[in-house]
Design a protein around this ligand. Structure first.
Ligand code: SF4
Length: 107
């Protein structure tokens, strides 16, 4: 094998590994540890969100509704805080006992 072909093979193999690593790197930034470092939503973050559903005075709120029972709830990360799949909450953690006006059953 010529040196040119050998260099080309090494380059192609390295490039392929780099491409394969991109999705993994993206996944790594969303590891539980990374998510745990995300800021926690504060009351009023968006969509009339509150960290304690029972404090909501919104007309849509019904007793028993809270983030951990919502279809957008992605599961607890730590200490009762977890990720919400709704775009308005993509950069914060929400409280398992929280609520917003987009609550839908399913969690
Ligand atoms: Fe909570 Fe659901 Fe609103 Fe997300 S969409 S903040 S999980 S009630």
């Amino acid at each position: 094998m010529s040196d040119v072909n050998k260099s080309r093979r090494v380059f192609l193999r390295t490039a392929a590994l780099g491409v394969a690593a991109v999705p993994l790197a993206r996944f790594a930034t969303h590891s539980p540890a990374a998510r745990a470092e995300m800021p926690k939503a504060e009351d009023g973050h968006a969509l009339d969100y509150v960290n304690d559903a029972t404090t909501s005075d919104h007309s849509k709120y019904q007793e028993g509704q809270k983030c951990e029972g919502c279809a957008f709830w992605a599961g607890e990360e730590s200490d009762g805080w977890g990720k919400c799949r709704h775009p308005e909450f993509s950069d914060v953690l929400v409280n398992a006992n929280g609520w917003c006006n987009t609550w839908v059953p399913g969690g």
